[in-house]
Design a protein around this ligand. Structure first.
Ligand code: NAD
Ligand code: DAU
Length: 356
């Protein structure tokens, strides 16, 4: 039994489905079902007795304590977070509440539970804290990639809240001995990603003939990792990662945003869904930049490769094609998540931006 938090979100749901298919042991899935959480993501596990879904907040200590005592998990895999940088710019308070205070409360309950375990369960227990490359700040074009010892320099409220959580997790290991392992991962893409993030937003907008908003000059660089590869990395870290350590995870696929948007347009042109306009790249619109926009992220993943034997399997080109195909095959899912609240978000984030 493992306890997963945020398992109804994009990466968490992929992880839960992967886990049930590959490891086969039961999962308790604690998720508050915010706008980003969606039980439809878990439809494939709806009738699976090994999946126990609990709607609740990671910051609710009474609930978390009860779940830990009741289910006696051998690990907590902590995905739950507010995850979108643009939303953190419009409303940072929720990010502090969930990512910092929520993670702190979860760590406290995990520590209490772990302290009461006997050997060998106590020695085997793991708290796997899922974090991001954004805590390291921004790179220039020729800078070496982030390593696990790159000093933290978060630039957005989202990144700062994740950095704070990472520090609390680290301190919990250093001071109390809780077997915490942290992963810092680059940009994920794949099935079930909410269409507020670049790749699904561009796919969905292109299908609707709407503009494809590119912030600034489109030259910002991200390192893209297929979500299934991230899930495999998390499983490997859970299995073999050393407590107290952090592991960088990345796709070795640095791309400018403009390259990503053009690649999606090219795949769509080739697949030719019926609603598509003849040349979707004509919808690309440069809009005013994200405030504080980090220029480039890149991950040095030699530690996880050498120590744990993990490497990404999916190439960006094939992973992106699979992703576009998934969205085309799941237009019902898209319809379900692009509701009124989603439209309100688009108005808030893009309405006043206009064109650059
Ligand atoms: P997401 O926004 O798609 O999902 C987050 C999930 O957490 C949702 O299901 C939501 O309902 C749940 N949640 C939010 N607040 C909660 C709370 N207080 N209590 C319980 N559940 C709560 O996020 P994602 O993209 O799947 O990211 C998952 C994790 O991975 C996050 O910690 C994020 O920082 C990290 N990460 C994401 C990426 C990426 O590219 N998406 C890359 C690196 C790291
Ligand atoms: O690097 C890991 C991080 O990747 C995760 O920690 C975050 O949870 C995740 O949201 C993601 O953050 P980004 O800000 O990099 O992802 P996003 O998809 O929002 O943006 C990717 C790039 O595309 C970024 O440079 C901003 C740009 N962008 C984004 C949107 C939504 C645009 O140009 N236009 C857009 O409309």
């Amino acid at each position: 039994m493992i306890l997963v938090t945020g398992g109804a979100g994009f990466i968490g749901a992929n992880f839960v489905l992967d886990w049930l298919a590959s490891e086969g042991t039961p999962v308790v899935n604690l998720d508050r079902l915010t706008y980003a959480g969606n039980l439809e993501n878990l439809a494939a596990a709806a009738k699976d007795a090994r999946h126990i879904f609990v709607k609740g907040d990671i910051g609710d200590r009474a609930l978390v304590g009860k779940l830990l005592r009741e289910h006696q998990p051998r690990a907590v895999v902590h995905f739950a977070a507010e995850s979108h940088v643009d939303r953190s710019i419009h409303g940072p308070a929720e990010f502090v509440q969930t990512n910092v205070v929520g993670t702190f409360n979860l760590l406290e309950e995990a520590r209490d539970y772990w302290s009461g375990l006997r050997e060998p369960e106590r020695g085997r227990f793991r708290f796997l804290h899922v974090s991001t490359d954004e805590v390291y700040g921004s790179l220039g074009a020729g800078d070496p990639a982030f390593t696990e010892s790159t000093p933290y320099a978060p630039n957005s409220p989202y990144a700062a809240s994740k950095a704070a959580a990472d520090h609390l997790a680290r301190a919990c290991h250093h001071t109390y001995g809780l077997p915490v392992v942290t992963t810092n991962c680059s940009n994920n893409y794949g099935p079930y990603q909410f269409p507020e993030k670049l790749i699904p937003l561009v796919i969905v907008n292109a299908l609707e003939g709407k503009s494809l908003p590119v912030y600034g000059d489109g030259g910002n660089v991200r390192d893209w990792l297929y979500v299934g590869d991230h899930c495999a990395a998390v499983r490997r870290v859970l299995q073999k990662g050393r407590p107290g350590e952090a592991y960088n995870i990345g796709g070795n696929a640095e791309k400018t945003n403009l390259d990503v948007v053009n690649a999606i347009c090219a795949i769509l042109e080739e697949l030719r869904p019926s609603s598509l306009i003849p040349h979707p790249s004509s919808l690309i619109t440069f809009v005013p930049d994200r405030p504080g926009h980090d220029r480039r992220y890149a991950m040095d993943t030699r530690k996880i490769e050498a120590e744990l034997g993990w490497k990404p399997r999916e190439k960006f080109e094939s992973g992106l094609r699979r992703t576009v195909e998934w969205y085309l095959a799941h237009l019902d899912w898209v319809g379900g998540v692009t509701s009124g609240a989603y439209r309100d978000w688009l108005d808030l984030n893009y309405g006043q931006r206009g064109r650059a």
